[in-house]
Design a protein around this ligand. Structure first.
Ligand SMILES: Nc1ncnc2c1ncn2[C@@H]1O[C@H](COP(=O)(O)OP(=O)(O)OP(=O)(O)O)[C@@H](O)[C@H]1O
Length: 348
């Protein structure tokens, strides 16, 4: 749906030269929710502004639904832009217009007849759950309600793509969730492609299918969200995930792992990470039964990435050394990721 090939955008010259995007290539598929995550100044806004041609890259190509937009002008550019809706961090509503007239605005500009316009505005406000605020002014709305108006307005001209520029960054966590649910809903209902830029990994984890990590103007990693969480390759991705997944070993467990005499029998302390289906299987009890080892759970954490269970357990597996080894092999064969944190002989 959207393809970027070696897009480079440079601001300024000489000492003031800033490479905001360096050789950025991305492929965003029709109907997916694609997240772009990066720190402040990484180049996210520049990227999204290049996609709707508010910025002109120095080199590279950008295609939207197969059409190269880089050289479009006038009527053709307007037509292409109509395929793209956009929502913003600070909503960008017109303060002197009511909710109804904010949503009607793009339809007025494109000359949609009053009756059709009225029907469309009312159905959009119904979709975003704001029918009761139809005559309110933006100043009378909460942040979440303002963003709902923004979404209704962006959808007014039936776009194929919705660009979201830090759309939930100004909202509290509960409101963020409700806005993300709404975006997911419109994505599913209309097959709308959503491109979302954010610095919040929670947002990526909650609704994105695919993610690209941007760092200092470069895409350092891209792929499915589940894959990113299971096996982050870049330092930037790992940094973003730290606060989200609680995979850090709690200090109490660290202490226990290093304390003398904490383990009476030989064994290993292992971190087991899992994703998806295995979460529903009784793997631990199978290990105990099949290999006659003891399993002591020291720490457990279960989370969800887009409704997919994702978790980690820290366990002590003790018993006969060969059986412990076989138990670990069995766990690996079940598709679990194992990391030995400490172990073999009894602590003494
Ligand atoms: N109009 C401009 N003129 C000069 N430099 C710019 C301009 N716009 C952005 N930059 C620079 O380009 C780099 C990328 O900026 P950009 O706004 O795309 O980052 P960002 O990831 O969106 O950051 P934030 O999350 O803070 O909005 C930054 O170093 C920024 O200072």
């Amino acid at each position: 749906m959207i393809e970027l090939e070696k897009v480079t955008k440079i601001y300024g010259q000489g000492e003031k030269r800033v490479v905001a995007l360096a050789d950025v290539s991305l492929q965003i598929k029709k109907g997916e929710i694609f997240g772009i995550i990066g720190l402040s100044g990484a180049g996210k806004s520049t990227l999204i502004r290049c996609i709707n041609k508010l910025e002109e890259p120095q080199s590279g190509t950008i295609r939207l639904a197969g059409q190269e937009i880089t050289n479009l002008k006038g009527k053709e550019l307007r037509e292409a832009r109509r395929k793209i809706g956009m929502i913003f961090q600070h909503f960008n509503l017109l303060s002197s217009r009511t909710v109804y007239r904010n949503v009607a605005f793009p339809l007025e500009i494109s000359g949609v007849k009053p009756k059709e316009r009225d029907e469309r505005v009312r159905s959009l406000l119904d979709l975003v759950g704001l029918s009761d605020k139809i005559n309110a002014y933006p100043s009378e709305l909460s942040g979440g309600q303002k963003q709902r108006v923004g979404i209704a307005r962006a959808l007014a001209s039936n776009p194929e793509v919705l660009l979201c520029d830090e759309a939930t960054s100004a909202l509290d966590p509960d409101t963020t969730k409700s806005i993300l649910r709404l975006l997911q809903d419109v994505n599913r209902r209309f097959g709308l492609t959503i491109v979302l830029i954010t610095h919040q990994m929670e947002v990526i984890k909650e609704i994105c299918d695919t993610v690209a990590v941007i760092d200092d103007g470069r895409i350092v990693e891209q792929g499915s969200v589940v894959e990113l969480f299971a096996r982050p390759r870049s330092a930037a991705a790992r940094r973003f995930m730290k606060g989200v997944l609680h995979t850090e070993i709690p200090p109490e467990i660290q202490e226990r792992m290093t304390a003398e005499g904490s383990r009476e029998r030989p064994g290993k302390t292992v971190r087991i990470s899992f994703i998806g289906g295995v979460a529903g299987k009784p793997i631990i009890s199978s290990v105990i039964r099949q290999f006659q080892v003891d399993v002591n759970i020291l720490y457990a954490n279960l989370d969800f990435i887009k409704n997919m269970p994702f978790g980690s357990l820290i366990v002590e597996i003790t018993g006969d050394e060969a059986k412990v080894e076989r138990a670990l092999e069995y766990l690996t064969a079940q598709g679990l990721k194992l990391e030995v944190l400490a172990g073999v002989g009894p602590d003494s």
